[in-house]
Design a protein. Sequence first.
Length: 209
Amino acid sequence: MSWVPSEDASRAMREYFEAGITVDIEASTVNKAAEVEATKLIIERVEETFDIKLERLVGDTNYGSAAMLNWLVNKKQIEPYVPVCDKSERTDGTLSRSDFIWNEQADEYRCPEGKVPRKNWRPFKSPRGGVHKDDTMRYCARESDCSSCPQKKLCCPNAPVRKVVRSIHENITGCCSPNITHTRISEIYARAQENRNVLRPPQTNLGAR
């Protein structure tokens, strides 16, 4: 049996929400995917139960995947204050995806040497979108281009060709500028802490033995 709050209860919950008080909770395993799904469930449940429409979401990189940001911005119209989870940057000294130039119109990347990794190098009878199950697309260079490339050791030293992976939700990650995000997150956390300090009841030492 579901509980339907009264109008007064809904109004009170909205006031609590503005003050930074928890109005819902969902248990989940210590797992990135489970935590994301639990967050989606809470957002939709709070909206349905209390008629509270979230304006923003503050979170860590667990919520910064392109797919999650797409859900927040395009489906729920929620402003994300979340560091983008970008795994495309390499830390081993080899070229990262950011070293490749993206051409939206041609749907292709261009490497520092001017070569072009593409999704498809030959035509198919049935058009292929090139989207994999994880909502990503793979752009591959020609083996002949990579084998003679002067920067091969800096690009793909352990592979015959360089592959560049791009999410179908890639464009949405631009809404989260890292500098702005961390600044705004600090401001929001500080304001929430002030609200909690005002609303927190006095603590009593029960002297448990």
